[in-house]
Design a protein around this ligand. Structure first.
Ligand code: CDP
Ligand code: CDP
Length: 212
């Protein structure tokens, strides 16, 4: 059976870094599903439309070209917040679901990271990880990351941003952020990216070993 690894968690928990490392290690394609929601938000903003225009958001999700996810603006801080707003619209989620499932059905297997991979997109994934870290540590990471890219924002503003996004993502009705019952939780507050990768690889090996 092709190995599918589903990775979920809140902003700056380290899920993207981990997903990339696991994908490299196992030779699997990787999809950062947050980029899809960011691209829907960017399409609305580029067209001069409101992020609260649900019909336009649904159309943008339908029309999204997943091959065009390399716009550097997608990684900006404001786009995470904008993505969180459009991602609460059920039609947007439905419009992106099929494409994500097709990606996950690659005969080679796949690694996907996001908020609802283990619960909605790939409920049958062989390995499910739920990555967490304290909100202070996540804000420190984002602060460092943004400073490295020349985006200036205070630590306090980033922390407030992260806590507001956690509340919105976990509180929405459509596919809220929550851990799948059969996921393994990995708290990376005290782990750097190397240590988190080692732990995760151990979990993957144990899960696969026990399934055989
Ligand atoms: O990297 P970071 O965790 O800051 O954000 P992201 O993964 O790019 O996701 C941006 C926003 O998209 C999140 O706050 C979620 O609201 C939404 N999202 C989602 O609803 N479902 C996913 N599978 C991935 C992202
Ligand atoms: O994808 P997500 O938003 O969950 O987080 P990320 O983009 O993987 O990580 C956010 C930042 O924290 C990056 O700059 C990573 O290098 C860093 N990081 C870390 O300091 N310690 C970890 N265990 C994982 C990531």
């Amino acid at each position: 059976m092709p190995l599918v690894i589903a990775i979920d968690g809140p902003a700056a928990s380290g899920k993207g870094t981990l997903a990339k490392r696991l994908a490299d290690h196992y030779g699997l394609p990787h999809l950062d599903t947050g980029l899809l929601y960011r691209a829907v938000a960017l399409a609305l903003l580029d067209a001069g439309l409101s992020l609260d225009d649900r019909e336009a958001a649904a159309r943008a999700a339908e029309a999204l070209d997943p091959e065009k996810l390399d716009d550097p603006r997608l990684r900006e801080r404001a786009m995470g917040e904008a993505a969180s707003r459009v991602s609460a619209v059920p039609e947007v989620r439905a419009g992106l679901l099929l494409w994500q499932r097709r990606f996950a059905a690659d005969p080679q297997g796949a690694v996907l990271d996001g908020r609802d991979i283990g619960t909605v997109v790939c409920p049958e994934a062989e390995v499910k990880l739920f990555i967490t870290a304290s909100s202070e540590e996540r804000a420190r990471r984002r602060h460092r990351e943004l400073a490295g890219r020349g985006e200036t924002a205070s630590f306090a503003a980033i922390l407030a941003d992260i806590e507001a996004r956690d509340a919105r993502d976990a509180g929405r009705a459509a596919a809220p952020l929550r851990m799948a019952g059969d996921a393994v939780r990995l708290d990376t507050t005290e782990l750097d990216a190397d240590a988190a990768f080692d732990e995760a690889r151990g979990i993957v090996e144990r899960t696969r070993g026990s399934a055989r």
